[in-house]
Design a protein around this ligand. Structure first.
Ligand SMILES: [Zn+2]
Length: 238
């Protein structure tokens, strides 16, 4: 992605005046021979959850991973979802949702925390090309949230910029610290995913799209034990 494409607004699906280079950075529709991506928030969520069901069962289709697909999207892309997930090596979004290339904008940070440069990457698809879904995916036994929980509870800062991750999840810690939890880290993981989605719904660039119904921001939780993604909140009406 190029900042210039965003600034000049030349990356929308309908901008027929865009140069091939510029449209490649945006999201013009790929070859008609490929199956159309879901266009609505509910259809996009359904597509992801269908893929996750295949992942859980071990019956992967590995769609859109062929040479033909690679060639079909080499100039243009039109992903139907933005997944904001953790760097955890066990939670690669394209695998747990059984997707291929050109399907997802995947944004990964420790504990899927957001900050302005991350939020910009999340905004890119919805703002420039109408990507209909943002899924914030927390996960079971998240090491980043666990380390942050310990650092905040014991008031011992983490080394280097790891502490900035702890600070980013402090609002979730503050919520779970008010009550007793059998598994406080797991509770914090879930609260943090919900809070992140709530924050993105209020983002000045995203809120108007959410209001119009063209974008849903969903929080979810991935089980390392089963591979299943559980929707926490924000699922759009069908
Ligand atoms: Zn994690």
């Amino acid at each position: 992605m190029a900042t210039a494409a965003v600034i000049t607004g030349c990356s929308t699906k309908t901008d027929s005046g865009a140069t091939p280079k510029a449209s490649a950075l945006g999201a013009a529709t790929p070859s008609a021979s490929m199956s159309a991506p879901p266009a609505t928030p509910s259809a996009a969520l359904a597509r992801l959850l269908e893929g996750n069901a295949r992942w859980v069962k071990g019956s992967l289709q590995r769609p859109n991973q062929s040479v033909g697909r690679r060639e079909a999207v080499d100039e243009e892309q039109d992903p139907y979802g933005v997944v904001v997930s953790c760097i955890d090596s066990r939670v690669p979004p394209e695998m747990v949702f059984d997707t291929g290339i050109g399907d997802l904008f995947a944004i990964r940070t420790g504990g899927q925390v957001v900050a302005p440069v991350v939020t910009g990457s999340i905004e890119y698809g919805p703002v420039t090309s109408g990507t209909p879904l943002i899924l914030v995916l927390g996960h079971q036994r998240c090491g980043a949230v666990k380390a942050a929980y310990k650092a905040l509870k014991e008031r011992k800062p983490l080394p280097g910029d790891l502490q900035s991750i702890a600070e980013a999840v402090r609002p979730a810690y503050d919520v779970i610290a008010k009550a007793k939890h059998a598994d406080p880290v797991d509770a914090m993981i879930r609260v943090h995913a919900r809070q992140t989605a709530t924050g993105l719904r209020r983002d000045p660039a995203l809120a108007p799209l959410v209001k119009k119904g063209g974008l849903a921001v969903v929080s979810a939780y991935y089980s390392l034990d089963t591979g299943r993604v559980e929707v926490l909140d924000g699922a759009p009406a069908a």
